[in-house]
Design a binder for this molecule. Sequence first.
Ligand code: ATP
Ligand code: MG
Length: 363
Amino acid sequence: MGKIILTGDRPTGRLHIGHYVGSLKWRVELQNSGEYDKIYIMIADAQALTDNIENPEKVRQNIIEVALDYLSCGLDPEKSTMFIQSQIPELTELTFYYMDLVTVARLQRNPTVKSEIQMRNFEASIPVGFFTYPISQASDITAFKATTVPVGEDQLPMIEQAREIVRKFNSVYEEVLVEPEAFISQNEACLRLPGTDGKAKMSKSLGNCIYLADTAEEVKKKVMNMYTDPTHIQVSDPGHIEGNTVFTYLDAFSRPDHFEKYLPDYAGLDELKEHYQRGGLGDVKVKKFLIRILEEELEPIRKRRKEYEADIPRVYEILKKGSEAAKEVAAQTLTEVKAAMKINYFDDMELIKEQAEKYKKES
Ligand code: ATP
Ligand code: MG
């Protein structure tokens, strides 16, 4: 059995640097490592509709944005299959059957669903589709027999749910499905990058993002306005680094060579942190350093984006081709699933023979 990646994003906005460090960067690295037999990257439009039913245009508009972000980060259509979820009806069919393998109580216990319901103020008005999206996500993963799912920390309960569905299916029916594993960053700051407001995780739905497509000017402005340590008023004041977003971003993005290049007075991040905590280091200096690091990462992405923006029909063509290829794979899995569940009546010669003989005896 090969090593297969499936992962994706909801087209609810452009992708941001939280996506980048949490998942996107890894996908590109794994893609270029050559260690994976197949890589599927899904734009989860059907999932995005579960909590945007009033706003389908938002989802429709953001498909191209997410695709442009993928391509500009270095996902390569020659190596990775990029596709649109809603164009693969087999995924919906799998979801319908998997729903029988999961209890309502189990979904209610899912911590990510719980917090997302709270964040969206759904209370009693949760759409059934939103509530059951972990099941649909299990379909997305298992349809491609994915072994590896690169995600941010908030998605771990979803992978666990998918694993349970796989185990249940394989034990009730036949060993058809593959148990996936989450691939998460070893760098703690990358697991759940906070927003520029320092509050929750950076999230398209919360408007606290630095987008991959932001201009250099926008990035600069956002970093300069970023939440730091409210008790660090004078440069000479001792500062705190815990919960200080600028330092969390440095944890996520800085490398030793950045210090050599931009801040040679400091041996590394530990020394910079010590100075800040001791007092005598101003926010502006740290923010300017962060801006240079972010620019080094974002500038090539922005440049590649411009190239793809100049040929939008080509980007849709990439998604169309990817969706066609993905559909074939999902259809094959669905055939196996239905055979295991014995709901493949017309292909089941045994069944037809058995019934024929039964009625022959009776007559
Ligand atoms: P929405 O608010 O619409 O849910 P989102 O910003 O949470 O959008 P998703 O499309 O739900 O983005 O997530 C796509 C992937 O990016 C997932 O693997 C998720 O874990 C990861 N991710 C999202 N936000 C962050 C973040 N702030 N830090 C690290 N990873 C993240
Ligand atoms: Mg999300």
